[in-house]
Design a protein. Structure first.
Length: 68
């Protein structure tokens, strides 16, 4: 399994976790829990952006991903 494939799997997992946190935040009436879920979703979204940037970098550097 290539690093790019592993990164794509991690990206998909983080997207799922972020969506779950956002859903939990909407579903709870506990304001402290809502804030925690929202903060976790923001952390996941930030991590997601970092991983996407890393994936783009890897794909730009590796010959098998370069478009001819």
């Amino acid at each position: 399994m290539t690093v790019s494939t592993q990164l794509q799997q991690a990206i998909s997992s983080i997207q799922s976790v972020s969506a779950s946190m956002k859903s939990f935040a909407l579903e709870t009436e506990d304001q402290q829990a809502k804030q925690t879920f929202e903060q976790l979703a923001q952390t996941m979204d930030s991590s997601l952006e970092s991983l996407k940037q890393r994936q783009q970098y890897i794909e730009s550097q590796e010959p098998q991903y370069k478009q001819h």
